[in-house]
Design a protein around this ligand. Structure first.
Ligand SMILES: *Cc1c(COP(=O)(O)O)cnc(C)c1O
Length: 402
């Protein structure tokens, strides 16, 4: 059996090995190809490259060997165990990947059907940029699939259904199987932001999604060392034509150093996620039993409205949770100030435990009535549970809550 024919049977093995191409100089780890352009051996070769008759690199906005490895690894993980192929395109950020998706696939007059609680940047992109080019959103509470069916049935201009699950800050989920099934029944495209779950915990392609987007900044990189994004598509032809064209012309390409950090971060995805999930479960249970804490939003708790749904479509509940301090805004500020090991910051997906208090930070300027619609009450704390030893995380929380 040749090395190419060896089938990796475990996700963790794929995370380590998938997407790798043997280096021509036998470097073990794929090098950082810090080059903007690539040489042609002859004028004829240049001609063949530009005409598409020969595959190969031309210019790093269009492609780069370090990007290729990251792209192939993400695509391999999102299709792991599924009988399908997909093509990934690495981007400078999650937002760049989402912009390529929207502008590469939709045209003026098209509508997007989506739900509340999208990532803030995505929501703003839809409302402030896409509406300007004639692409309009329909926002509905898609936790109720009947609302999706009503919209799909009555509005033929809907071209894409855009989902994000689980979503900020209450970890609300939408049903991938049901919503993608409905969208397909009406002939629509479906895209899913899989940033919070990662392909280890959830594979939207399994339910028939056409596109997956990631902020690789988060769990895929895993160490908080680089901003990045990926767009992965099931229709290889569409990915190679309209989507690649849009990506190259918008110029939201990745850079080789960040791609290198991402490749190496992704190798440990499975072991990191297992630890994130088991730590988060224990933190959620601890918080739920604490007298200073009201609601705990974690889909691994039976008290979460989407507990059963998360069990159906995810391997485990993930590393993110949020909770409400009973004593409100000032209690939130005091708690944040008392943290010793856990870190005060936004973002997520890192080995370190990160906490933020949205009412005094990201949502400080949003009026209370408005942010409460998103579940951002005065005492809400959002937590990325890291991979430290659980007793240290619990001890820090306990002393900060005291
Ligand atoms: C962070 C994030 C994004 C945006 O990604 P950037 O890399 O910051 O551009 C999109 N979706 C989700 C769910 C995110 O958490």
């Amino acid at each position: 059996m040749s090395q190419q024919d060896f089938q990796l049977s475990g996700f963790g093995s794929a995370a380590v090995h998938a997407g790798h191409e043997k280096d021509p100089r036998n470097a073990h780890v794929t090098p950082i190809y810090a080059t903007s352009t690539y040489l042609f051996d002859t004028a004829e070769q240049g001609m063949r490259r530009f005409s598409g008759a020969e595959e190969g690199y031309i210019y790093s906005r269009w492609g780069n060997p370090t990007f290729t490895e990251a792209e192939q690894k993400i695509a391999a993980l999102e299709t792991f165990g599924l009988k399908m192929e997909a093509k990934g395109i690495l981007h400078a950020s999650g937002m760049a990947a989402i912009a390529t998706l929207m502008l590469g696939v939709l045209k003026p007059g098209d509508k997007i059907l989506t739900h509340y609680s999208l990532y803030g940047g995505t929501e703003e992109l839809i409302h402030k940029v896409l509406t300007g080019v004639g692409i309009t959103p329909i926002i509905a509470d898609l936790r109720n699939p009947q609302l999706a069916e009503d919209a799909l049935k009555t509005d033929p201009a809907i071209r894409m259904v855009y989902l994000e699950t689980p979503a900020n800050p209450t970890l609300q989920c939408v049903d991938l199987e049901v919503l993608i099934g409905l969208a397909k029944q009406y002939g629509k495209l479906v895209a899913c932001d899989n940033t919070f779950a990662t392909p280890y915990l959830q594979q939207p392609f399994k339910f028939g999604a056409d596109f997956i987007v990631h902020s690789t900044t988060k769990f895929l990189n895993g160490h908080g060392t680089a901003i990045g994004g990926a767009l992965i598509g099931r229709d290889i032809e569409l990915m190679k034509t309209a989507v690649t064209k849009t990506h190259r012309l918008l110029g939201g390409n990745a850079n080789p150093f960040d791609a290198f950090l991402l490749i190496n971060g992704m190798k440990t995805l499975e072991v990191r996620m297992d630890r994130h999930c088991s730590n988060a479960q224990q933190v959620a249970e601890f918080l739920e039993g604490h007298q200073a804490v009201g609601r705990v939003n974690y889909t691994g708790l039976p008290s979460h409205p989407d507990f059963a749904l998360a069990q159906k479509q995810m391997r485990a509940a993930g590393g993110m949770l949020s909770f409400e301090l009973k004593d409100g805004f000032n209690a939130g500020v005091a708690f944040m100030n008392k943290l010793q090991m856990c870190l005060r910051t936004v973002s997520l997906g890192t080995c370190d435990t990160l906490l933020c208090h949205p009412p005094s930070m990201t949502h400080y300027s949003v009026p209370l009535e408005q942010r409460e619609q998103y579940g951002i009450t005065d005492g809400l704390i959002r937590m990325n549970v890291g991979i430290e030893n659980i007793q240290d995380i619990l001890a820090d929380l306990e002393q900060a809550l005291a």
